[in-house]
Design a protein around this ligand. Sequence first.
Ligand code: MG
Length: 335
Amino acid sequence: MNVEVLKLHTKHPFVIARGGQSDHRTVWVRLTDAEGQEGWGEAAPSKFYGETVESVLAALEVYGSMLPTDPFNLEDAERSWEAKLRGNGSARAALSAALHDLVGKRLGVPLYRLWGLDPCLAPRSTFTIGLDTPDRIKAKVREAEQFPILKVKLGTDQDIEILRAIREATDKEIRVDANCGWTVKRAIRMLPILDEFGVTVLEQPLPPHDHEGLAAISAQADIPVIADESCLVAVDIPPLVGKVDGINIKLAKCGGLREALRMIAVARAHGLMVMVGCMIESSLGITAAAHVTPLVDIVDLDGAALLVDDPFVGAHIEGGQVTLPTGPGLGVRRR
Ligand code: MG
């Protein structure tokens, strides 16, 4: 196993309700099999979920000592990592992606094809406008000209000014993510305002454990309410049934591609919508998540599109449309 820390930079500081920055570090993991074939994955640690680059490197030392001798043992590999050391979702997700990459390369097929998926079914991705002043937000909306759907970060006392600034700049579809920044009262007061500005999706208005609050908001909302910070893995889904309209899957939360597929199955069994999202990460991590897009309703995979120095080429979202690479495995290469 070879591990390298990547330094990534966003064009603008990426600010959400709990803060932000322009420098982001992720970890590039490379596994090499006996024939010299390489499988790649990326860990994008999030402090909110208790991870840093340092914790990823430490966790990878633990997981790296228990890699499967046969990369096709995907299910068992994911389960044994979690049993050995819980949490560390992004570290496990990087290894999971690397094993899937290796398996696809051995078979000579792209991962989506191995899963029997039609890449043409991928929904269009949103492009995120982070928190900023109204003037700078208008400039960002102009820069995002090629993207047909915008995702707007809210959750401060500037919410209405931000929505107004965006609506003055564009008539595109907008979706809102409050990143846990509202109370129930505030969210219910915001619902008619979201409606007035033509918002079509509301993501995570409340702190993670306030399921009853989410239910109260969903009961009054005409638009889908999606759980992100409230829903990390498949077992988090049943308690949210009837309280939200959908769930947002991220590899850095769920810890691997097998678990992501399980989350999709569980959500569908409960009649929930499925969204796939990302952290600020390069096209390597984005591409691993992009292989599940033919199975979901909402795509928010702009993490690499926000970068000025993406070191990889893989899935991309030009014009909002998710395009999966056709090479074997993840289909990612160095830029
Ligand atoms: Mg979110």
